[in-house]
Ligand binder design. Structure first.
Ligand SMILES: [Mg+2]
Length: 225
């Protein structure tokens, strides 16, 4: 069990990976179109694609197959979500500890090709310079893949996260989700869940943590703690 290491400011940000740090919109669109699951001109975002596929016969299964594809073979065409780099840079400047905590099994049950999803994700991160000091500056030891949502939550606890950023409300809905961790929902305009702050973009999350100060380390958030 890794020890929780506290940053200068005592903040540890946990961040989800798929659809939070990684943007699969284009890959999903292309794969769904090729599979005949959507029509040209359909919405090009995850939620729109998912919602229309789920309405099809066997929609849930089709959606799971598509996900298995994009997290495996399709991953190479996915991109870093807009604004992630600037946010990581600001965290580093402010000595805020960042960890990636992802619910990602080693292999997708829907993918018969047996692509190792964790290796694929790590390779993608290396290519996007996550672990370079002049890139995103993260350590590979700060990346955690967990096999279940429950284990993901246990990891959020054991790391001593003060905040967690995720694109899925389901993460925050888990009963075991620690009460003291601030819940930040990414890529949604609003949330009806109590205590969840919703932000439409990384720019908005950046502003929430760092705006109103010339130095990220002097954010209004840290001053209020
Ligand atoms: Mg996600």
């Amino acid at each position: 069990m890794p020890k929780a290491v506290y940053s200068v400011m005592g903040m540890t940000l946990g961040i989800d990976f798929d659809n939070t740090i990684v943007n699969y919109d284009q890959v999903l669109y292309k794969a769904a179109l090729e599979a005949g699951l959507i029509k040209p001109g359909a919405e090009k975002n995850k939620k729109g694609i998912r919602d229309s596929i789920r309405k099809l016969p066997d929609g849930e299964l089709q959606w799971q197959r598509l996900q298995a594809h994009v997290y495996g073979r399709g991953m190479k065409d996915s991109v870093l979500s807009e604004g992630v780099k600037a946010f990581f840079d600001a965290c580093r400047a402010a000595a805020i500890r960042v960890a990636i905590v992802s619910h990602k099994t080693q292999f997708a049950s829907m993918d018969e090709g047996g692509v190792n999803l964790r290796d694929t994700a790590l390779r993608w991160m290396r290519e996007k310079r996550f672990f370079d000091s002049d890139g995103l500056g993260l350590s590979p030891e700060s990346v955690y893949f967990e096999s279940t949502r429950r284990e993901k939550i246990e990891r959020i606890k054991s790391l001593g996260c003060t905040h967690f950023i995720d694109d899925l409300e389901e993460t925050f809905l888990e009963e075991a989700f620690p009460a003291g961790v601030e819940r930040i929902l990414y890529a949604q305009k609003s949330s009806s869940l109590k205590g969840v702050k919703a932000f439409g973009s990384w720019k908005e999350i950046y502003d929430y943590f760092f705006a109103g100060s010339r130095q990220p380390g002097q954010s209004r958030y840290s001053l209020h703690r």
